[in-house]
Design a protein around this ligand. Sequence first.
Ligand code: C5P
Length: 214
Amino acid sequence: MIYITIDGPAGSGKSSVAFYLAKELGFEHLDTGALYRSAALLWLREGERNFFDELEKVKFELKNGILTMNGKALGDEIRTPEIGKVVSKVAEMPKVREIITHKTRELADKRNVVVEGRDIGTVVLPDACVKIFLIASVEERARRRYAQYLSKGIKLKFEDVVREIESRDRIDSERAVAPLKPASDALMFNTDSLTLNEVVSKLKEIVMEKIKKC
Ligand code: C5P
């Protein structure tokens, strides 16, 4: 089975790139940010009481590109500014990382899959065949996130989106367990001033070449 990992900071384009790259390759796509966002949703709904037990019990499934939590497809409810504000704090907890890492490995098992996140190439799937780390400037990333919120009818100040991105970057990179960082064998790819199509077709070329050797 072939694993391709795509890591990078918030708004670096991981989700769209991983989605289209997986489609082009005929692979599954697994967005681990969605798993941490679901954990944050559970945290907001349940509070601290029983949180870890409840999270442990959650059943995630991935079929034909659809990620479900306890049988229900995950949608816009995990992509709100409220979740954006707390998700990195929830993801910082070592116990949360342990549970989600285990669930991610189970979901990826025996599949050709593009898995995206922050620590996939370094911690979750260190033996992956191809590892990519996406980078882009804070302004570019905030612009993309702002457009995503607008397309969902969520109106925010641009400065607030910049602040959300910067705060998540800081917490994600500075946490003690599995911080955001490129694996030593990751390919660094800057997406600034490239269109989504350009990024996907360039990466597809690189990946096709590399997977011959896996
Ligand atoms: O990818 P996305 O921006 O949706 O991820 C939301 C948050 O989940 C990140 O800011 C990070 O705190 C956390 N995350 C993580 N490790 C991953 C994926 C996401 O800590 N592998």
